[in-house]
Design a protein around this ligand. Structure first.
Ligand SMILES: [Fe+2]
Length: 194
């Protein structure tokens, strides 16, 4: 799950508006390392080479987001931590595919580039298809590592407060590819509930 948090750092910094040439290259490198090593680390905790590569990935993703920031995925994840004590890494992993899908065409290009960096698509493919492949790969990784698609803990009466907190955290600080208003956050909370 911590590996998926590192992936969220790489992805949110890469698709965000504060991305620079330097942070873009850190993020791409992190994505490549994570796609190459996370499942091996998960399958065998004694695979020190894979775990060492994951440390490098987490560090590179950290370099990327320290400069280029995170985004709406983190804003929502923090509310689940605050309300339900949900581990940060777990919340990001669950939320990431939902938000990336909701962003739609605004992130097709950057996600297609990350799909190429991950080595899961051919350079020549359509951006939209490559973005979909990238999101699907995240869903598959979650499934493989027993990370659920939804959050059971969310209570109806908490949703308005979480929307407000996520909205205030993300706006105007996070350089997100799509600025979420309260109704966008509401859509995502409804999407991730059982
Ligand atoms: Fe994080």
């Amino acid at each position: 799950m911590t590996g998926m948090d590192a992936l969220t750092h790489a992805v949110e910094s890469y698709i965000g508006r504060s991305n620079t040439e330097e942070t873009a290259s850190y993020a791409k490198e992190a994505v490549r390392l994570i796609f190459d090593n996370l499942e091996a680390s998960y399958d065998n905790g004694h695979d020190l080479k894979a775990r060492c590569e994951m440390q490098r990935a987490a560090f590179k993703a950290g370099l990327a987001f320290t400069r280029a920031y995170v985004g709406n995925i983190h804003a929502i994840a923090h509310t689940l931590g605050g309300y339900y004590n949900m581990p940060h890494r777990w919340a990001n992993a669950v939320i990431m595919p939902h938000v990336l899908e909701y962003y739609g065409s605004a992130v097709h290009k950057p996600l297609s580039e990350l799909a190429d960096a991950a080595g899961i698509t051919q350079q020549s493919g359509e951006e939209q298809d490559k973005a979909a492949t990238f999101i699907e790969a995240i869903r598959r990784m979650n499934e493989k590592m027993d990370i659920p698609e939804k959050v059971e803990e969310i209570e109806d009466e908490d949703v308005p407060g979480m929307i407000e907190n996520a909205y205030r955290e993300a706006n105007p600080l996070y350089p997100v590819p799509v600025i979420f208003d309260r109704s966008d956050f509401e859509h995502i909370y409804n999407e991730i509930r059982k």
